[in-house]
Design a protein around this ligand. Sequence first.
Ligand code: GTP
Ligand code: MG
Length: 184
Amino acid sequence: MGIWSAFLTSLGIIKRKVNILLVGLDNAGKSTIINGLKLNAAAPTEIVPTVGFSVETFSTQHRLTFTVFDMSGQGKYRDLWEYYFPDVEAIVFVIDASDKARACVARDELETMLENKVLRMRKIPILFFANKMDIDGGMTPSECSGALGLEEIKDRNWTICATNGLTGQGVSNGFDWLAEELKS
Ligand SMILES: Nc1nc2c(ncn2[C@@H]2O[C@H](COP(=O)(O)OP(=O)(O)OP(=O)(O)O)[C@@H](O)[C@H]2O)c(=O)[nH]1
Ligand SMILES: [Mg+2]
């Protein structure tokens, strides 16, 4: 960012742009959550499994413009996630709270991610969404946290919020937290 842009951003005249990486297993609800944040989301869009990745941009009331790299969670595409680690300021990791059977797979993917050389050097925050809170019998955020071993993450800031991707409930709480983290 040039000096002039930095000055205008500091005055709140232009919004600061931040890159966010959106990851999690396939079917977790990543694209659904992001679609709900887009301005034109009033028109229902059919969400299909993401192939590779897609890029979405949206603004919030936090004077930030988020560019979100919405990654596919399918096994064959998960290797793509790491290519974005050097260029993002935060990670959003979506957990399907109703999918207890695959919580261990999500934990493995999270551990692999946290062991990555670039991420070990970059202490960027991670926002976890315990999504599909509307489904009965699903895990609570604290159960998700236990299943994925989140309490073991000591080297960076993180939080977990319960969300409903279909209604957007809980999503703004998460982005409020992220905006606070990104202030500095
Ligand atoms: N009941 C319920 N269904 C949800 C919720 N969020 C997403 N879904 C559904 O979950 C399915 C998968 O959603 P996607 O947004 O495509 O999931 P994704 O994480 O982007 O999946 P990939 O692109 O394959 O990695 C869709 O049928 C959504 O309608 C939720 O909070 N509750
Ligand atoms: Mg998707």
